[in-house]
Design a protein around this ligand. Structure first.
Ligand SMILES: Nc1nc2c(c(=O)[nH]1)N[C@H]1C(S)=C(S)[C@@H](COP(=O)(O)OP(=O)(O)OC[C@H]3O[C@@H](n4cnc5c(=O)[nH]c(N)nc54)[C@H](O)[C@@H]3O)O[C@H]1N2
Ligand SMILES: Nc1nc2c(c(=O)[nH]1)N[C@H]1C(S)=C(S)[C@@H](COP(=O)(O)OP(=O)(O)OC[C@H]3O[C@@H](n4cnc5c(=O)[nH]c(N)nc54)[C@H](O)[C@@H]3O)O[C@H]1N2
Ligand SMILES: [Mo]
Length: 771
């Protein structure tokens, strides 16, 4: 089959809505992914590439951060992993001829879908100030432009250095080294919009900003909560792990406003026979919670455990653990006793009996794991909610023993590794000391800007150069109109990318596109390393021929850029051997081994097939390196999120055919949506109450003290979601999320609780046909 030409830019003209699915994966999933891969890669390339995903001598799947485990099947990838690979290994190309045909202004009017469909970037491109076109530029000239603009700044804090979570450990380590050598901690990253709330909460409560379970723990758990997560779409390989855990006797409780297909039933495409029949039932219990109701739920479950303990001492809580390993229990206990059940029922939308039944599951389980993703992290009170999850687990000593613990399920395949490598705007003193001792310069100590602060800095003219190591900052961030205007004020924006996206079109006065190798591609005979969601570090080696001979690896881009930026007159100080780092990644790993705890003997250990586990004090030793030296119970006030009459709480989610801002296709198969994305899922009773109906076209309007924000033309889909809540896809709805609406402490945009009203469109927009 030959590759097909990219589709034309399309709207939602063909939008069709059918009924949602009750199970995930299986034959259609495999067939669907192969079809998409053929379209992009052709048959031979499809098989060669997919055969290498997540194999011990292959490359790490760029899809998600779910771990691979020691026993890998020959097809250790999922439908959406295959789509991610196809997206990168596509045969379509964006050449200088493409840029000659399309002005920047024109590209800014295209959809994310169309931009992504154009294929891989092939050559460095430069948009001079005042021009509306990208022109070819040599790598050398590109680096000279960056060095010139950085030197022209009044201070290093006027530059911002973004990272998305696909960057390898080696590139991430060198990138933060360059940035700190330059003199700033302005290292915003996609984590700021993702699991930052988990990191903040877990660091305070447990002394580590990561999860405390391994894959083996999942297989040993008696009870697994999957909260605020849609694994059928976003972490499909997790379904195999849940299936295995169930086989070992685990019960699963799904907590979600939506009955996501993957949580209900699973047909394992990698098991013979797995695709037949009705598949495995996954969730034993489904708590259809209101958006933002989780803090109340976990407090309520803890309260019931305490009451059970009162009635029968020794029956419900682990006193020994609490006394030996925790701090703050008494204050917390007092707070939980004050809990008001009316508040709980209002916040969760759940009847008390449903919570009581769930607590029976908890009492019957020796070991409990709580998994979560964006449903918990993108609210105003997210850090408090996650701390309350920890309290609930601590109460029965469910941390630091087999089969128990916290499991924040990460998104991007190396987002956790990037943070471990020092991509953080608030680095610890210990990390900076180690960097200083290794490289002989004094890194900046004051904190840098995160993603939201970066937008403010651009908006207010405090930042003038923006460089992105991957990602699509413009489309991933909130308050689209504000953010776009802010970015256009920059003097220079630089995007190191594999594919065309909106951040190339909405750019600074002068702009550069630096095309780079993807995971699947050969980087000489070098390999890189990544860390998965459970702290396993392993090698990743691409084997495909690069999309163009003019691509550079991220490491090479960083090293060459550094050599242009740091000349002895502007940056006196020690020499960093950038040239040898570019030639030999072992040399980078030797430095990582000396700077980052847990990486001793890195080069040898990462060559052992399967890699190695990073130390994890709570998991390995029940040691909690917090300020108190213990696991901290924390008091978190319950404030019920009430909205004015007629409003709904909107969550912005991923469809089945997207990877963040990369839109693979226009279907959301499991939710029954085809050929379109501008839909809003609303509970039928809420529709009736508001005099609205399925199929009607509405504008979504968010209200905020500084004014209203509007996203136009969404088709209403009557759907089973919790009362008072609705859902629509991002990035289309990012325009509705105010820049200043962020989570306390973590500063993460509140993308899962936006107050909106639905305003019927008086004209325009036809009703899409039903399927
Ligand atoms: N195919 C694919 N894979 C991906 C990605 C992708 O876009 N596509 N993205 C990657 C990235 S970066 C990330 S971070 C992860 C994201 O993985 P997810 O977090 O699964 O992604 P979302 O689509 O944001 O889904 C949020 C889920 O939480 C639920 N939810 C929302 N609000 C609440 C709440 O208040 N309480 C509860 N209990 N539930 C709530 C939603 O109904 C939904 O099921 O996936 C990663 N993997
Ligand atoms: N409203 C709303 N907004 C959200 C979210 C939400 O749930 N709701 N989720 C948030 C989350 S969890 C995240 S993680 C962010 C994601 O934010 P980002 O990480 O910034 O966005 P992505 O869409 O993953 O970035 C895709 C681009 O990365 C580039 N790319 C892909 N592979 C590589 C590579 O190997 N190297 C390099 N250099 N570039 C590469 C390609 O050019 C591609 O266009 O979005 C956040 N935004
Ligand atoms: Mo993410």
């Amino acid at each position: 089959m030959a590759k097909k030409a990219p589709r034309q830019d399309v709207g939602d003209e063909g939008l069709q809505v059918g009924s949602p699915k009750e199970w995930a994966a299986g034959v259609p999933a495999v067939a669907h992914s192969l079809l998409m891969s053929y379209e992009q890669m052709g048959v031979k390339r499809t098989f060669l590439t997919l055969a290498r995903v997540n194999q011990k001598d292959g490359f790490d799947c760029p899809g998600c951060a779910w771990p691979e485990g020691q026993h890998r099947s020959p097809a250790e990838f999922c439908e959406n992993g295959a789509k991610a690979v196809a997206e990168e290994a596509t045969l379509r190309r964006v050449t200088p001829g493409f840029f000659a045909e399309h002005t920047v202004d024109e590209l800014a009017r295209r959809t994310d879908y169309w931009l992504g469909q154009q294929g891989r970037l092939t050559e460095p491109m430069h948009k001079p100030a005042g021009s509306d076109r990208y022109l070819p530029v040599t790598w050398d000239e590109a680096f000279a432009i960056i060095a010139r603009e950085l030197r022209a700044l009044d201070g290093p804090d006027e530059a911002l250095f973004y990272t998305s979570g696909r960057t390898s450990n080696e590139a991430a380590f060198l990138y933060q080294l360059l940035v700190r050598r330059f003199g700033t901690n302005n290292l915003p990253d996609c984590s700021n919009m993702c699991h930052e709330s988990s990191g903040s909460a877990l660091t305070q409560a447990l002394g580590i900003g990561k999860g405390t379970v391994s894959l083996e723990d999942l297989y040993k758990a008696d009870l697994i909560f999957v909260v605020g997560q849609n694994p059928g779409t976003n972490h499909p390989r997790m379904l195999s792990a849940l299936e295995k855990a169930k086989g070992n006797g685990a019960r699963i409780v799904a907590v979600n406003p939506l009955p996501e297909a993957g949580l209900l039933r699973f047909k394992n495409p990698q098991r013979p026979g797995g695709v037949l029949g009705r598949g495995t039932r996954l969730a034993d219990r489904f708590l259809q919670i209101r958006l933002n109701g989780d803090l109340a739920l976990f407090k309520a479950m803890s309260r019931l455990l305490l009451e059970t303990e009162d009635a029968a001492p020794g029956s419900a809580i682990d006193r020994e653990f609490i006394e030996a390993h925790s701090h703050g229990f008494d204050d917390w206990d007092k707070d939980i006793r004050d809990l008001d059940w009316a508040d709980v029922e209002e916040a969760t939308g759940l009847p008390r009996t449903a919570i009581e039944d769930t607590v029976q599951d908890v009492l019957g389980a020796k070991s409990v794991i709580v998994c979560w993703a964006m449903g918990l992290t993108q609210h105003k009170n997210s850090v408090a909610t996650i701390r309350e999850v920890v309290n609930f687990l601590l109460l029965r000593g469910n941390v630091g023993r087999p089969g128990a613990g916290v499991c924040p399920v990460r998104g991007h395949s190396n987002v956790q590794g990037d943070r471990t490598m020092g991509i953080y705007e608030k680095p610890s003193a210990a990390f900076l000391d180690a960097l200083r001792d290794e490289f002989g310069f004094e890194p900046p100590r004051h904190h840098g800007a995160d993603a939201v602060e970066s937008i403010r800095a651009l908006r207010d003219g405090h930042a003038k150069v923006f460089l992105a190591m991957g990602g699509n900052f413009i489309a991933a961030t909130p308050d689209t109109a504000v953010t776009e205007a802010a970015m256009r004020r920059a003097r220079l924006t630089v995007q190191v990318s594999t594919k065309l996206n909106r951040s190339h079109a909405v750019c600074g006065r002068e702009a550069l596109i630096l095309p780079t190798l993807g995971r699947t591609e050969r980087d000489g005979d070098r390999f890189v390393t990544v860390e998965d969601s459970m702290g396993m570090v392993h090698a990743s080696r691409g084997r495909m021929r690069p999309a163009s001979p003019d691509l550079l690896a991220e490491v090479a881009i960083i090293c060459r850029m550094a050599r242009k930026i740091f000349n002895p007159s502007d940056h006196p100080g020690p020499d960093i051997p950038w040239e040898s780092f570019e030639a030999d990644y072992d040399a980078i790993r030797d430095r990582i081994a000396r700077v980052v705890p847990g990486f001793g003997d890195f080069n040898a250990r990462v060559r052992v097939p399967g890699g190695f586990a990073l130390p994890n004090a709570p998991r390995d030793e029940r040691r909690f390196p917090t300020e108190t030296g213990k696991a901290n119970f924390t008091v978190n006030a319950l404030e019920v999120l009430r909205v004015l009459a007629g409003r709904l709480l909107l969550q912005t989610v991923r469809s089945h055919d997207q990877y963040n801002t990369t839109i693979y296709g226009l279907d959301d198969r499991y939710r029954g949506v085809h050929s379109g994305r501008r839909v809003v899922f609303v509970n039928p009773d809420d529709l009736t109450e508001r005099g609205l109906a399925d199929g009607e076209i509405v504008d979504l309007i968010s209200e905020w003290p500084d004014g209203e924000r509007r996203a136009e033309g969404f088709r209403i889909v009557a759907y089973s979601t919790a009362r008072g809540c609705c859902a629509a896809y991002f990035p289309e709805t990012n325009v509705l999320v105010p820049l200043d609406s962020v989570a306390e402490t973590s500063n993460t945009p509140t993308s899962k609780s936006v107050v909106v009203r639905l305003s019927p469109r008086t004209s325009g927009g036809s009703v899409a046909p039903a399927m």
